[in-house]
Design a binder for this molecule. Structure first.
Ligand SMILES: [Mg+2]
Length: 490
């Protein structure tokens, strides 16, 4: 029997949102979004409704991967190697030809890199990456844009590093391919899912506000759906853990959602025409017949079919997900759905930003001083050229004295310029380390957006650290983007 939705008025006492929302829990807006217009709100599950303990997940994935690598003939000492879980972040690029891990800015310029765990200096980066445009979607590179991918980076860098230290030869390309095969196998054969579902508190954070957040949206008349790539058995276990028994009026997690679509195969879901199937008794499947019914479970499907079943224009669907490509970029390019991206690293990122405000201001002052000094240098150099032209390089008298004075001033400006640039570079390094020991900020790189930051900026209508941050806003909220001004308008 399909589960029935209960009549659930939103209690007036809790209706008023807190006056001030601290930055780490805010929703940030790239493109105006009227929540009042969104009739359907869809959620991805993994890393969106279900927030994982990243360290525990990475440890699990690395253990499973390394065991399988050893079974495939890699040396046993890999089992006792130290895999530094704090090394990777999202938005890194693996260069499989050279065994390097790289971070790019929004112009796809490589600004930081490591060979294994050894930082590459400016000369090494320049020699390898500066004279040609990085084609990051080619065979040579692998772009890490999911939190699942962090364990792959960690495993790869630690093994490259260990082979380097032992001066042993290694095919960097084959190693990465083998890591990918092993981790995929660990997901496919159920090693990862089995470990997670057998010890949910170890792997999943139960957000105390999640149930209330979903209830608040429902009470404002929104319909909610789940669209996940995970299979039903796994989805059911996780959602039950997160939502069952959280609110007295919702007997089970299924009461929160008007449609449940599992094994959706995103990003293909947005581009291909896989049929939407309905699960019957004992896991049998039959073609889904619209309209979608509450309490039933659907599988696969595609954008057009789901869109028709939801029965509203794409602009009235908000999709909330964590994967910049599979959830956000593809839905943005192939549909008119509005998008909200969950970036769980955002809380630490904002914390670091707040902690570095003084240093960031000091850095701006240093950059202003650098601009002044460069202007002064150009002025004195032009004046020198003029005098030399008029009086010759060995002029005597007043012209000679002026030339000597200009020479001293130029030397002094140059000295201060070098000192200022060096102080700014030191400060930049200090600030970077406060964000992340190896890579600096997630969303920025050297004062620019990082490539990952640029994708968030371009494709996510709004972004926030977790689903329950919506609780702090009205379900009719008009999220307004700050008025974007171009440089000529400042
Ligand atoms: Mg996900």
């Amino acid at each position: 029997m399909p589960a029935q939705q209960l009549e659930l008025p939103w209690p007036t006492k809790a209706a008023a949102p807190p006056a001030v929302i601290r930055p780490a829990r805010r929703v940030f807006v790239n493109r105006d979004l009227k929540l009042a217009r969104c009739e359907w709100i869809g959620f991805d599950m993994d890393y969106t409704l279900a927030i994982y303990h990243q360290e525990a997940m990475d440890r699990l994935s690395i253990d499973a991967t390394v065991k399988k690598l050893v079974q495939r003939g890699y040396p046993e000492w890999l089992l006792s190697l130290d895999y530094p879980l704090d090394f990777p972040i999202r938005g890194l690029l693996i260069d499989k030809s050279h065994g390097n891990v790289l971070k790019m800015n929004r112009f796809k310029l490589v600004r930081k890199g490591y060979h294994g765990l050894r930082e590459l200096d400016r000369a090494e980066l320049r020699a390898l990456y500066y004279d040609r445009k990085i084609q990051h979607k080619t065979q040579r590179f692998h772009w890490i844009d999911t939190l699942y991918g962090l364990s792959e980076v960690c495993t790869y860098a630690a093994i490259v590093d260990a082979y380097s230290a032992r001066k042993q030869r290694l095919s960097y390309d084959t190693l990465f391919a083998d890591i990918r095969v092993c981790i995929d196998e660990a997901h496919r054969d159920g090693t990862v899912a089995h470990a997670v579902t057998n010890d949910l508190p170890r792997f999943i954070t139960r957000d105390a506000d999640l149930a209330t957040s979903l209830h608040k949206l429902r009470s404002a008349g929104k319909k909610l759906f789940v669209l996940t790539n995970s299979r039903w058995a796994y989805t059911k276990t996780l959602l039950a853990y997160l939502l069952d028994g959280q609110l007295p009026d919702y007997p089970s997690f299924q009461h929160y959602f008007d449609a449940l679509i599992v094994a959706a195969k995103k990003p293909a879901f947005f581009q291909e025409k896989n049929p939407l199937m309905e699960q019957g008794e004992h896991g049998s499947l039959r073609p889904a017949m619209p309209p979608l019914e509450r309490g039933r479970v659907y599988e696969g499907g595609n954008l057009a079919e789901l869109q028709a079943a939801l029965g509203v224009p794409g602009q009235e669907v908000l999709y909330v997900g964590d994967h910049i490509y599979g959830d956000i970029l593809r839905s943005k390019k192939d549909s008119t759905w509005r998008t909200a991206m969950i970036i769980q690293e955002l809380e630490a990122e904002i914390g670091a930003h707040e902690g570095c405000r003084g240093e960031l201001d000091a850095m701006l002052e240093l950059y202003d001083r650098r601009d002044e000094l460069e202007d002064a240098l150009r002025h004195h150099q032009a004046r020198t050229k003029e005098l030399v032209k008029q009086h010759g390089p060995d002029a005597g008298g007043h012209a000679g004295q002026d030339l000597a004075r200009l020479k001293r001033v130029i030397a002094s400006v140059r000295r201060e310029l070098r000192e200022t640039e060096s102080a700014a570079a030191d400060l930049r390094r200090d600030v970077d380390v406060r964000f992340h020991r190896y890579w600096g900020p997630l969303l920025k790189e050297g004062g620019e957006l990082s490539l990952f930051g640029a994708q968030v900026d371009e494709y996510a209508c709004v972004y926030t650290s977790r689903v329950s941050n919506l609780l702090r806003y009205s379900p009719h909220q008009y999220f307004r983007s700050p008025h974007n001004r171009m440089h000529h308008e400042l």
